[in-house]
Design a protein around this ligand. Structure first.
Ligand SMILES: Nc1ncnc2c1ncn2[C@@H]1O[C@H](COP(=O)(O)OP(=O)(O)O)[C@@H](O)[C@H]1O
Ligand SMILES: [Mg+2]
Length: 203
């Protein structure tokens, strides 16, 4: 519950929740260029993404730029301050990235199709390099095969909410979830139910 207490105290100080998902909430920082991501479980495969891809590829425009990271295993939460990115309602490159990550299309096909999206993908090989790393560390590629894998296997979770934009350039923010998430307290449900209820009565 530590993550929820941190989220609560930040919002009481006036910081705004700018987005939330199953594992984490993104909260506006005092610096408008950054957000504070608070993760509610250290089983979140985003931690693998951070260690295996984000941290090692800070010069690649298709991963988020991280300013600060800490993980507290004892209290089961993590905090990451990273650049603030934009959501797009309709995201034309998600299916393309998913098709390449799952090897439905070749790298050559990916590069050719990416030319149609040159604002989001200014250099297709740079994005393909990130998608290759994601491919190499993905354990379950399709939800229909989840039964064949351990509960904590990394399941590919490429949908529009897990891709964001920096000045029009696509950034892969959160490519995996756990194969089985049934034990999880969903952070976005908690934000909707508890956070807004408690803050509106205490203000
Ligand atoms: N860098 C960011 N800038 C702005 N909002 C973000 C950023 N990262 C995440 N978010 C918001 O927080 C939500 C949850 O973050 P995400 O990394 O997808 O975690 P989860 O594992 O909970 O899905 C996203 O859907 C998005 O709305
Ligand atoms: Mg997400």
């Amino acid at each position: 519950m530590t993550a929820f207490n941190i989220i609560k105290s930040l919002t009481r100080r006036g910081n705004v929740v700018v987005g939330s998902g199953c594992y984490a909430a993104a909260i506006g920082s005092n610096d408008p260029n950054n957000i504070i991501k608070i993760g509610n479980s250290i089983t979140d495969p985003w931690l693998d993404y951070y260690h295996l891809v984000i941290k090692l590829n800070q010069g690649n425009p298709h991963v988020p730029k991280v300013k600060y990271f800490m993980c507290d295993a004892e209290h089961n939460y993590y905090i990451c301050i990273m650049e603030r990115l934009e959501n797009e309602g309709w995201n034309p490159v998600v299916e393309l990235c998913k098709d390449y990550t799952t090897r439905m299309i070749t790298r050559e096909e990916f590069v050719n199709i990416a030319k149609l999206h040159s604002e989001a993908i200014p250099c297709a090989n740079t994005l393909a390099n990130i998608l290759d790393k994601i491919h190499n560390h993905t354990e379950v590629f399709e939800r229909e095969y989840t039964n064949e894998f351990d509960v904590d296997s990394r399941l590919l979770d490429m949908h529009a909410g897990n891709f964001m934009y920096r000045d029009g350039v696509v950034v892969v923010t959160d490519p995996w979830c756990e194969n089985d998430m049934s034990d999880l307290v969903d952070v976005s449900d908690w934000v909707d139910r508890s956070l807004y209820k408690t803050t509106s009565t205490s203000w």
